[in-house]
Design a protein around this ligand. Structure first.
Ligand SMILES: Cc1cc2nc3c(=O)[nH]c(=O)nc-3n(C[C@H](O)[C@H](O)[C@H](O)COP(=O)(O)OP(=O)(O)OC[C@H]3O[C@@H](n4cnc5c(N)ncnc54)[C@H](O)[C@@H]3O)c2cc1C
Length: 286
């Protein structure tokens, strides 16, 4: 299929892009185009106008801002995956990219576009939530910062307004001794997740501290598992604790039946993956 007719703008600077976005009409930002263009071709999205941000080179960066690593809207998946800053501070991000799409898609696709697309089976929305990332949203004359955990509202649904651009993701550097775990089951590497579970934690005096866990591919959007985090906090790590927490999370999950499997199968994935992720995080923390 071909997309329905649309007009196309390709501004040279951010202010021009914001001004275009502020004017009337059903407008979408075009970043890597790796999700938007297929959706337009299938006519699942039919915007009247595209604003291509690929000339806004001021948004193409991954930089150390002291306590945080800042990633601009034009930083491609491939650049983030191979960044020494990312490997040093967020090895979970580098690891996850082995599971996200293929080299050609990663060469064009952006982290910010991925977050705005908000596929329920996408890995980075879950990871940005456990890393407690903040998202910088700009519109004409003003900006706001929103926590990643408040950004995802449902499948393809986020808190961004029609006249805003996500210009930057800010990820705080983790405390020393933070361990992490990432597990995914998908049809193949590079496909969207049937189930992804991610976690970070520390070990303090033999007990679990600051556990952060999130899951994607199961419910209608990636989300933190707050009850599981509370159940693990200040507990001694071990197989029986992790299995019990995984059972509780699996029982509470509301997976839809899909080509990726039945609800019962997805619950089994949670029971299998969550203890592995927690074990890995404990091992890396200690
Ligand atoms: C074959 C294939 C396999 C894939 N596999 C995976 C996978 O396993 N996991 C996964 O997570 N993803 C996967 N993807 C999607 C890929 O990660 C995309 O790059 C990403 O979802 C969208 O990024 P983009 O820069 O291409 O955004 P675009 O496609 O350009 O835009 C996506 C949406 O975000 C909006 N948008 C983009 N940038 C901004 C911005 N800065 N501010 C406001 N709105 C913005 C657009 O208007 C649009 O609505 C796959 C894609 C393909 C084609």
């Amino acid at each position: 299929m071909k997309p329905s007719a649309f007009s196309y703008e390709c501004p040279n600077d951010l202010q021009a892009a914001l001004a275009l976005l502020a004017s009337d009409g059903d407008t979408r930002i075009l970043a890597g185009g790796q999700s938007l263009v297929p959706m337009m071709n299938y006519r699942l999205a039919q915007p009247e106008r595209l604003i291509d941000i690929n000339r806004l080179s001021e948004l193409d960066y991954i930089r150390d801002d002291g306590g945080v690593i800042a990633i601009g809207a034009l930083a491609r998946h491939a650049a983030i995956k191979s960044s020494d800053l990312i490997k040093e501070h967020f090895p979970i991000v580098a690891e996850a990219y082995d599971w996200i799409a293929h080299a050609a898609v990663r060469n064009r696709g952006t982290l910010c576009g991925n977050l705005c697309h908000a596929d329920a089976a996408s890995e980075m929305p879950a990871i940005m939530q456990i890393l407690e990332a903040e998202l910088v949203l700009l519109k004409v004359g003003t900006s706001r910062v929103i926590a990643a955990q408040d950004f995802f509202l449902g499948t393809y649904e986020t808190a961004i307004a029609a006249d805003e651009i996500l210009t930057e993701v800010r990820i705080p550097k983790p405390a020393a001794g933070t361990g992490w775990g990432f597990e995914e089951v998908a049809m193949r590497r590079g496909d969207y997740a049937w189930c992804t579970v991610v976690a970070t934690l520390r070990i303090s005096d033999g007990k679990i501290a600051a556990p952060r866990i999130a899951m994607a591919g199961v419910n209608d959007c990636a989300a933190r598992l707050r009850d599981a985090e509370a159940a693990l906090t200040e507990q001694t790590p071990g197989a029986s604790l992790f299995d019990a927490v995984a059972d509780t999370v699996a029982d509470a999950a509301t997976p839809a039946e899909s080509s990726a499997g039945s609800a019962a199968y997805k619950r089994d994935l949670i029971r299998a993956l969550l203890p592995r992720v927690l074990n890995d995080a404990v091992t890396r923390a200690t």
